[in-house]
Design a protein around this ligand. Structure first.
Ligand SMILES: Nc1ncnc2c1ncn2[C@@H]1O[C@H](COP(=O)(O)OP(=O)(O)O)[C@@H](O)[C@H]1O
Ligand SMILES: [Mg+2]
Length: 135
């Protein structure tokens, strides 16, 4: 697997979130992802980025274009150094929220992408990596 392009963007404010959303779409267009595919990825990124800002005190988004012999893809990793998630299994359940949200962010994001990986350590922070492949 080769990383063709790799960029880290700050994620502290609402305007950072908008910049990251736009960057994801701009990266996906030349890769041949259609509007629906772009929208699914952007929506997933948005949910995770909002979580990082709201619950994690902000962090970074890493955008990567990946390529191997068979396919290309986009990977976005959302990282924060906040309070972390005590029980990931519980947090993934639709409807579970410790805030005022609908509790659909994590579960919804997972359903919108091809690969979803989450790591979290209470008191250390949270990292969520999502990937969409263009096959
Ligand atoms: N980056 C994060 N840091 C700490 N807790 C988080 C983070 N992301 C999600 N959570 C926890 O997981 C819960 C579920 O997240 P989510 O499915 O996005 O729903 P919502 O944002 O509507 O609460 C949140 O309410 C919060 O308790
Ligand atoms: Mg959320």
């Amino acid at each position: 697997m080769n990383t063709v392009r790799d960029e880290i963007m700050p994620l502290q404010s609402e305007s950072d979130l908008i910049t990251v959303r736009q960057a994801v779409r701009i990266w996906m267009v030349p890769e041949g992802f259609n509007i629906l595919e772009q929208t699914k990825m952007v929506t997933a990124v948005s949910e995770l980025a909002r979580n990082a800002i709201t619950y994690g005190g902000g962090g970074e988004a890493r955008l990567q274009l990946l390529a191997d012999a068979a396919r290309r893809g986009i990977r976005v990793t959302i990282i924060d150094h906040g309070v972390g998630i005590e029980d990931i299994t519980k947090a993934m359940v639709d409807g579970y929220s410790t805030g005022s949200g609908l509790g659909l962010g994590l579960g919804g994001s997972k359903r919108l992408v091809d690969e979803f990986n989450i790591w979290s350590e209470p008191g250390q922070g949270t990292r969520v990596e999502i990937t969409r492949w263009k096959q």
